[in-house]
Write a protein that binds this ligand. Structure first.
Ligand SMILES: *Cc1c(COP(=O)(O)O)cnc(C)c1O
Length: 382
């Protein structure tokens, strides 16, 4: 009989101990319906944590990106620049709005949007007389993009920025929270993120009037009338009071979660960074990465194995590793969309996708389990 080893997950939920009591409060007051006091409190607490004027709690990070695009007036015929190396949810809302994405490569030092590629995309767009309506900058794997450099370029062209900080809640850039540089910031509380409500998201901004509009659209755009009256298109995008209670509990332990994930990274780094052909995602000098996921590249010529083979071999050992995001400019969904690479004749995100993988990085990963991952990872190398 084969005894399967206990599965080691990539990034499982990690409750902090306060959540059940907060959820019990929601039950005791019968605030099970969407909205309620936990939603208001979660919005205020998250806004305070990252240092912005306000926040709107939503059913997902994707919903937050969608509302941000609509707030910026993105519609059919518009273009939107977006990081290429990311999860599809960063760009799907561009299509929801009937607009056209243009993808921007990564910088090898940060894995996030390349200022050089962004600059070239803007120069071309200006020549064509077709500046983008917005730029979606994604901050991957717990690390903020180089926001001051990217903001300077976007500001020069007068184009607003949406920060997809779904993976970087708690990260900083020059002392400021990731997600607070653009006109709008987006966080996700999906099950595998650094804190989770099982599913949920947040839109943040210093523009409170815009957030009020987002709230209106997110609750079916119901006009202030006794009867149900609607003058604008709306969505059912709000977070429930029960899930907001979980979020409040999670937010109380976020600094512990960041410390734990950074320790996980450090243990991998100590064990594996000396191996020829292994390179870890660098931590940019301008801020703190949460190391939401430990990401690294495996050079096949030197390691005798590809990243894909490592992921497959770890899966046999019941260890959940994952390839780095497949860049959106390579996705069938976005075939034919424009793409600007970091080097004139070379793409960074293509190479990161070919050679990159993420190792189990949960804040509740035990040292024994991590030792097992390290042992099995080394076994994969020829
Ligand atoms: C998780 C994620 C999202 C989407 O968040 P959901 O809450 O799952 O909708 C968007 N962008 C990135 C980069 C993500 O990792």
């Amino acid at each position: 009989m084969i005894v399967l080893k206990k599965r080691i997950y990539l990034s499982p939920p990690h409750m902090g101990g306060h959540e059940e009591q907060l959820v019990a409060e929601a039950f005791a007051s019968n605030w099970i319906a969407p909205l309620g006091p936990h939603v208001d409190a979660f919005e205020r607490e998250l806004a305070d944590f990252v240092g912005v004027a306000g926040a709107v709690a939503l059913s997902s990070g994707t919903a937050a990106i969608h509302l941000a695009l609509r707030l910026l007036g993105v519609g059919p015929g518009d273009t939107v620049f977006c990081s290429s190396l990311t999860f599809v949810a960063s760009a799907n809302p561009i299509l929801y709005q009937g607009a056209d994405p243009v993808f921007i490569d990564s910088d090898p030092e940060t894995w996030n949007m390349s200022p050089a590629a962004l600059e070239r995309a803007f120069i071309d767009a200006e020549k064509k007389g077709r500046l983008p309506k917005a730029v979606i900058v994604v901050s991957l794997y717990g690390q903020s993009a180089d926001m001051p450099s990217l903001m300077a370029i976007c500001n020069r062209y007068g184009v607003p920025v949406i920060e997809d900080a779904a993976e970087s809640l708690g990260a900083t850039c020059r002392g400021r929270a990731s997600g607070t540089f653009g006109k709008f910031g987006v966080y996700s509380f999906n099950g595998n993120k650094i804190i989770t409500t099982s599913g949920g998201g947040m839109l943040v901004s210093d523009n409170l009037a815009a957030l009020e509009k987002a709230r209106f659209w997110a609750t079916q755009a119901r006009d202030p009338a006794r009867h149900y009256q609607h003058s604008e298109l709306g969505y059912n995008y709000r977070l429930s009071n029960v899930l907001a209670a979980i979020g409040r509990g999670q937010l109380r332990v976020i600094e512990d979660r960041i410390r734990a994930r950074r320790s996980v990274f450090n243990r991998y780094y100590e064990a594996l960074s000396g191996i020829d052909g292994i390179e870890f995602m660098p931590e940019a000098p301008y801020g703190r990465s949460t190391r939401w996921l430990t990401a690294l590249t495996v050079e096949p010529a030197r390691c005798g194995v590809t990243a894909a083979q490592v992921v497959d071999e770890l899966a046999v050992q019941n260890i959940e590793a994952r390839p780095v995001w497949k860049p959106l400019h390579l996705q069938p969904l976005f075939r034919g969309k424009a793409y600007y690479s970091h080097y004139i004749d070379g793409s960074v995100s293509d190479r990161l996708f070919e050679n990159g993988l993420c190792l189990p990085s949960g804040s509740n990963l035990t040292e024994d389990d991590q030792e097992m991952v390290i042992k099995q990872f080394k076994k994969c190398l020829k």
